[in-house]
Unconditional design. Structure first.
Length: 370
């Protein structure tokens, strides 16, 4: 597969190989590995993000070409034992008392069972390893149609193609990212004209608002479906403004492209192992990923990152998976991103089978640490 990558100093064409694991970049890992080095020094809708523009365009939110060069993108309660019923979002009732105070107000999905369409099975991370404590989350409780919490999320805005020849214009506010009033965030890709593009969508990030080093980060999501759609849940190093992608590091927790309905991709990108050479792994589900809610997670420790879907571990990456001369770029703070891209070199463009609007439904995003 071919990927057209542009930076502030020119363009090049990469040949991207396909692989199910290891260091050979697969179509999922690299081909414009959706979303990498962006968002750092550039202007966001909520104001200027941390730092200035590094090395020209590198790391700019508005001009990601230099920042990511086609990269592939990025518990327990602190208190009471609030179970939200077996399936609160599907009508189940809460089985216990109010959730003990947690760091992020997750109690809104505990007592009462109003956990949203997808509904959480418990408040806190669904950890596979004992000892985690919820330290940050967004449960997306709020009035229908309202924008996300501006103390937790900001936006990348624009239609630059984002290094991958993408077709969407990313907006801020509630046009493409809004709460549904039932405990979920809806990131909506629409077929409409804006900024010279024929599609709009949203790319949210915690840059400048929240970052962390090590822990378990997870999101419960129901992804969109259709040719040309590219949902992603991922992370970037907070030093991207001064240490441009891929040196800042990128962790792709989940990526899917519509032409591979049953497959998710997990990838890391760093100096000397990015884009087509980013260590990666595919995981194939028995049914289309978009057919149900799933929990996508990583457990990130010194020198180890493990990937999970619905608490099934399917990949592990360590320094042994990168070139011996390369730097393991995952020992410093990262921030969280999630988005729906439309079109581009890896997923291909929408066709006559693709319907709009399409939505990425997010029940929650949570970070737990030991």
């Amino acid at each position: 597969m071919f990927e057209r990558l542009c930076t502030c100093v020119g363009c090049l064409t990469l040949v991207i190989a396909c692989s199910s694991d290891a260091n050979s970049g697969n179509a999922g890992a690299a081909a414009g590995s959706a979303h990498g080095g962006i968002a750092s020094g550039g202007t966001t809708s909520g104001g200027t993000t941390s730092g200035g523009t590094a090395n020209g365009a590198a790391g700019s939110s508005q001009n990601e070409d230099g920042g990511r060069a086609g990269s592939a993108h990025a518990g327990a309660n602190t208190g009471g034992a609030a179970q939200v019923g077996a399936s609160a979002g599907h009508g189940g009732t809460a089985s216990g008392g109010a959730a003990g105070g947690n760091a992020s107000g997750a109690a809104g999905k505990s007592a009462g069972g109003a956990a949203g369409t997808g509904g959480a099975s418990s408040v806190g991370c669904t950890s596979t390893t004992a000892g985690y404590k919820l330290v940050w989350s967004d449960e997306f409780n709020g009035e229908k149609g309202s924008a996300v919490d501006s103390t937790k999320w900001t936006y990348d805005v624009g239609g630059t193609g984002w290094g991958n020849d993408e077709l969407e214009y990313y907006t801020s506010g509630s046009n493409n990212a809004a709460l549904d009033g039932a405990g979920n965030l809806l990131i909506t890709a629409k077929q409409e004209s804006m900024g010279g593009k024929n599609y709009t969508s949203a790319r949210l990030k915690t840059q400048g608002l929240y970052s962390f080093t090590y822990g378990r980060v997870e999101a419960r999501m129901k992804i969109p479906q259709g040719q040309g759609l590219w949902p992603a849940f991922w992370m970037l190093g907070t030093d991207i403004a001064t240490n441009p992608w891929p040196a800042c590091g990128e962790i792709d927790i989940m990526e899917n492209i519509g032409k591979e309905p049953n497959i998710i991709h997990a990838t890391i990108h760093g100096p000397g192992y990015s884009a087509g050479s980013g260590p990666t792994k595919q995981y194939t589900l028995s049914a289309p990923v978009a057919s149900a809610f799933h929990v996508f997670a990583i457990e990130w420790e010194p020198n180890t990152i493990r990937w999970y879907v619905d608490d099934t571990q399917y990949s592990t990456k360590t320094p042994s998976d990168i070139p011996s001369s390369a730097t393991w770029a995952y020992a410093h703070p990262f921030f969280i991103l999630m988005n729906v891209a439309v079109g581009g070199g890896w997923p291909g463009n929408p066709d006559s089978t693709t319907t709009f609007p399409q939505q990425l439904q997010v029940d929650y995003v949570r970070v737990c640490q030991k």
